[in-house]
Every structure is written in structure tokens, then in C-alpha cells.
Design a protein around this ligand. Structure first.
Ligand code: NAP
Length: 271
């Protein structure tokens, strides 16, 4: 299954993958077959992504690179230069996807018309092939549509896993032609021990974490698990080969208990 923007469904998250160990993990991910790296200005992993990409010897066009604009740069005359700097740190001419990391900061809501207009300008100048958002609510996405017009937001990245399916937001995005990237697709490793997920895993001779990934992949969504452990990097990638039945998908979806893990006090009013 794929999406209309050709974003590889299995991505590699890079939060925490800093320094030489981070580069080694990223290199191993690329060797394993991952062709999508998810970084952000605030992760301090843009250099590591670029370095792993160069060391892999893969053609630039084969690896999809996403970065995210941090709050302080979501302002007029700041976003464009900050994205140029990100490209320089990554060592690429342009990124494939640029996301607005959050619509809010601890200091309050950011000026959406200002940052989205400049994000569109960055796209027009060729600094990014696609543009998108992260941690937006449906109301935020509606406002973005009013500012940019329909069809401009290619991707929305938000928390989604078996214990927070966020299905209303997923459905809104898919209906509006917005591809979905699930962050924390492994719920940070807490799927082990869940009786339903364990039973499905046993049936597929798989691990519960692979089942969590297969669950979102089955709905055509993009996942960006991360690990610093080589075995788990490979294990997660192999989840692509698992085919869940409709009944299994429904049983996993029923485990949803809105257990949101990324929820700072200044978060938007979630859907
Ligand atoms: N847009 C946003 O606001 C936002 C917010 C958060 C995250 N993200 C993105 O999403 C990515 C993923 O999020 P995340 O890293 O927080 O959560 P995650 O991928 O759900 O979980 C990662 C955690 O699970 C463990 N793990 C990985 N594979 C495993 C496996 N097969 N079995 C058991 N445990 C496993 C890892 O530990 P080990 O390293 O020890 O394996 C790590 O502690 C981030 O790297 C980042 O790129 C975006």
C-alpha cells in the first residue's frame, strides 16, 4: 500500500539518535532497507541523518527526508533561513517534506498565516518538495486549508498507536487527501503484555511491537519507529511483511484507551 505522495510507509524516527552512535543506528537502518528518515530542527539529528545518507552511498533521490520547523522559527523572515540552515546541516539541496512541528509553544499559539505563507514560499523556492504539519487539531487543519487552499498540506504527523488510535483525526486527514504519519507508533515499547496484541503476535509468529506497526501500516498510514538497538531496528522493518485480518485490526483498534504520551500542558485542545 502506498500514498499519493510516494512517502515510504516505513520510516525511521531519529529522536535521540545523536552522535556517532546515532549515525551508526541510522546507517544500519539504511542498510536494512529504510528509505525515510524523520528528523527535526529540535532533535539535533539533522547532521547525523546527512552523514548516514552520505556514508550509505545511496543516491539522494532514494531516501525521503523529513524535517520539522521548531516554534521559534515559525515566524515571518525566520522560517525560510532556518530551513536553508537545515538543508545545509543535512548536506542536501532540499528536503522532501517540511512540517510545522507544533501550532503552539509554551508561550501560546503561533501566527499561522505568517508561518504557513512562508512555508509555501519555501516550497515555491524548491527548498522542500512537500509541506505539512504536526500536532494539529482538525480545527487547525481547517484554518490551514483556509490560508493555503485545499490540497496543499501533504502530510500530518501525530501520535498514533494501538492505545491512542486517533481515528477521528486519521479519517479527517484521509478524507481530505492528507497522508498520515504516526509518531510513537510503538507507544514507546509498551505493547508487550497486552493480551490482545500478544495473541495476534503469537498467531503471526511475530513480536507485539511488529503487530503495533502492522496495525497502522494496514490502514495505509506511515510509521516512524526508532531504536538504538540493531536487532530491534531490523525487527521493526520486518513488520512490513505482516498482513493482519480485518478481525485482527478491529480487535487491536478496540484496545484504544486514549493513552496519549506526548501531552505537554500547553498542548492544543486535542480532538
Ligand atoms: N512530531 C512530533 O511532535 C513527534 C513527537 C515524538 C516523536 N516523533 C518522531 O517519532 C519517532 C518515534 O517516536 P519515539 O521514538 O518517541 O517512540 P517509538 O518509536 O514508539 O518507541 C521508541 C522506543 O521503543 C523502544 N523500541 C523500539 N523498537 C522496539 C521493539 N521492536 N521492541 C521493544 N522496544 C522497542 C526503543 O528503545 P530501544 O532504543 O532500546 O530499542 C525506544 O525506547 C521519533 O524518533 C521522532 O522521529 C515526533
Amino acid at each position: 500500500m502506498t500514498n499519493k505522495y510516494n512517502i515510504p510507509q516505513m520510516g525511521f524516527g531519529t529522536f535521540g539518535r545523536t552522535g556517532p552512535e546515532g549515525i551508526a543506528a541510522l546507517q544500519f537502518a539504511l542498510e536494512t532497507g529504510y528509505r525515510h528518515l524523520d528528523t527535526a530542527q529540535s532533535y539535533d539529528t539533522e547532521y547525523e541523518c546527512g552523514e548516514a545518507l552520505r556514508r550509505s552511498g545511496l543516491p539522494r533521490a532514494e531516501v525521503f527526508v523529513t524535517t520539522k520547523i521548531t516554534g521559534v522559527n515559525c515566524a515571518r523572515s525566520r522560517l525560510l533561513p532556518s530551513l536553508m540552515k537545515s538543508c545545509e546541516t543535512l548536506g542536501v539541496d532540499r528536503v522532501d517534506l517540511t512540517l510545522i512541528h507544533w501550532p503552539v509553544t509554551p508561550g501560546g499559539r503561533l501566527d499561522m498565516p505568517a508561518y504557513l505563507t512562508e512555508l509555501a514560499e519555501a516550497q515555491a523556492r524548491g527548498l522542500t518538495r512537500l509541506i505539512g504539519v504536526s500536532n494539529f487539531t482538525i480545527a487547525d487543519l481547517e484554518e490551514a486549508k483556509t490560508i493555503l487552499g485545499p490540497g496543499r498540506i501533504a502530510n500530518h504527523q501525530f501520535e498514533r498507536h494501538p492505545f491512542l488510535t486517533n481515528q477521528k483525526l486519521v479519517n479527517y486527514c484521509l478524507y481530505n487527501g492528507i497522508s498520515v504519519t504516526c509518531y510513537l507508533p510503538l507507544a514507546r515499547g509498551v505493547c508487550a503484555g497486552d493480551p490482545v496484541i500478544e495473541a495476534v503476535a503469537k498467531r503471526h509468529v511475530a513480536t507485539p511491537h511488529q503487530i503495533a506497526l502492522a496495525f497502522s501500516l494496514a490502514q495505509g498510514l506511515i510509521v516512524i519507529p526508532t531504536s538504538g538497538n540493531l536487532e530491534r531496528i531490523a525487527e521493526n522493518f520486518a513488520a512490513r511483511d505482516i498482513r493482519l485480518s480485518t478481525e485482527e485490526i478491529a480487535a487491536i483498534a478496540a484496545r484504544n484507551n486514549n493513552a496519549r504520551q506526548i501531552n505537554p500542558g500547553w498542548s492544543p485542545k486535542w480532538d
